[in-house]
Design a protein. Structure first.
Length: 233
């Protein structure tokens, strides 16, 4: 059974990733700074079915940890197959996104032994995706300063990841579309790489639930090692 260590398990994206992993029968170590909000995030986790898996219920262990501390990452990551980060800075410093990426890579890289190092899957941002007209999403104008700072933080984190040889750490970054919000789990989505995925009406959006489906699908398929990719309905 695949063992996943999940940082940011109580956030909007992290809770959906947690539920999706559990419904597919995976073992998840939910890494949080505060466990107070976690029980609500796993209610109903065993309902429904994952892609091609039938109805299963995984197992969850909750531990305290800090994605910004490489030593903490290493402690948590040991013995896991995949480390997932759904970390977001919230109202904090957007540069923490770069710190988190470096901490995740450094922590995993520091693990020794004969066992393969865990893969790293990081939830990125949409700001560095190219729009159909050519400019990046973050350069399209009209973006509030606070949002732009987070977009640039995600972009800088991605720039760092692209310097990491996949032979050292098998990393993947999944960027959301322009709009992502809680909604229906359909189990369907369309894939892209560095270009924003849009529909016939020019909209780029996905439910947080289907974003989580895509992330767990990537864990199962390992189709974008050493790359950023994106999804949308």
């Amino acid at each position: 059974m695949t063992k996943i260590a999940l940082f940011g398990a109580t956030g909007t994206v992290g809770t959906r990733v947690l539920r999706e992993a559990l419904r597919r029968g995976y073992e998840v170590t939910a890494v949080v700074r505060d466990t107070a909000g976690l029980p609500d995030t796993v209610s109903g986790a065993g309902s429904g079915s994952g892609t091609g898996t039938g109805t299963r219920t995984g197992a969850i262990v909750v531990v305290r940890g800090d994605v910004l501390d490489p030593a903490s990452v290493a402690t948590v990551a040991a013995g896991h197959d995949v480390v997932v980060s759904a970390f977001g800075p919230g109202r904090g410093d957007p540069t923490d996104l770069v710190t988190a990426a470096k901490s995740l890579i450094g922590g995993v890289r520091s693990l020794g032994g004969d066992a393969p190092a865990p893969r790293v899957v990081i939830v990125g941002g949409a700001g560095s995706l190219r729009t159909p007209g050519g400019p990046l999403v973050r350069d399209g104008g009209g973006v509030p300063a606070a949002v732009l700072a987070v977009m640039r933080g995600h972009g800088d984190a991605l720039d760092f990841l692209r310097t990491v040889p996949v032979e050292q750490v098998r990393w993947t970054c999944l960027s959301p579309p322009a709009q992502i919000a809680p909604g229906e789990r359909t189990g369907t989505y369309r894939l892209g790489l560095d270009d924003l995925v849009v529909d016939e009406e020019g909209r780029s959006r996905i439910s947080t639930e289907d974003f989580a489906v895509a992330l767990i699908d990537e864990i199962e398929r390992d189709a974008h090692a050493g790359r950023r990719f994106t999804v949308a309905h």
